[in-house]
Structure formats: structure tokens, C-alpha cells
Design a protein. Structure first.
Length: 94
């Protein structure tokens, strides 16, 4: 499964696997989409994905380490997708 997705910052085997599940297999495919849209698609397959995975996607697009942006990213995602409810396992990760 190793492809060029892992050339992006924050993208390791776990994130790469989730991207494959939503049909994103290359770096170019990933860069065509908005990270929030990708994460929202991923949640439809696995609704328990953690907040750091969301920050990893945004960081990969912006070339920033996920842990430097997680708080702002989660806040922005919640504004864009106000109907999304984090599971009890996701809530206290930021």
C-alpha cells in the first residue's frame, strides 16, 4: 500500500489506509480536495476517527505538523460541520 501519500507531512500508514478507503491513493489526488471534506467522507466509513487525524490532513495540505494546529483545526471543523458530534472517545483529545 506504500505510495507517494507518505511523502506528505503527517501522513503515515494509518492515515494512508483511511485515505485509501475513501478512494484517495496519490498525493496529487489528496491535494485536489479540501481536508475537511476528506475527513467528513472518512467519518462516514469510521465515525470514531480521532481529532489528530483531522489535524494531520490539514497539516499535510498546509505542510505543518498536526500538533501545532489541532485546536484551531478542530474549532474550524466544528464551525463548518456543526451537526457533527464527537464520540466520547474523541472529545478530550485536543
Amino acid at each position: 500500500m506504500v505510495g507517494d501519500l507518505r511523502e506528505l507531512i503527517n501522513i503515515g500508514p494509518g492515515v494512508e489506509k483511511q485515505l485509501y478507503l475513501v478512494g484517495i491513493k496519490t498525493k496529487d489526488e489528496f491535494l485536489k480536495y479540501e481536508p475537511f471534506e476528506i475527513f467528513n467522507k472518512m467519518l462516514k466509513i469510521n465515525p470514531t476517527l480521532p481529532k489528530p487525524m483531522l489535524a494531520s490532513l490539514v497539516g499535510a495540505k498546509e505542510n505543518v505538523l498536526w500538533y501545532l494546529i489541532i485546536k484551531d483545526v478542530v474549532d474550524d471543523f466544528e464551525k463548518k460541520y456543526p451537526s457533527h458530534k464527537w464520540t466520547k472517545y474523541q472529545k478530550n483529545i485536543t
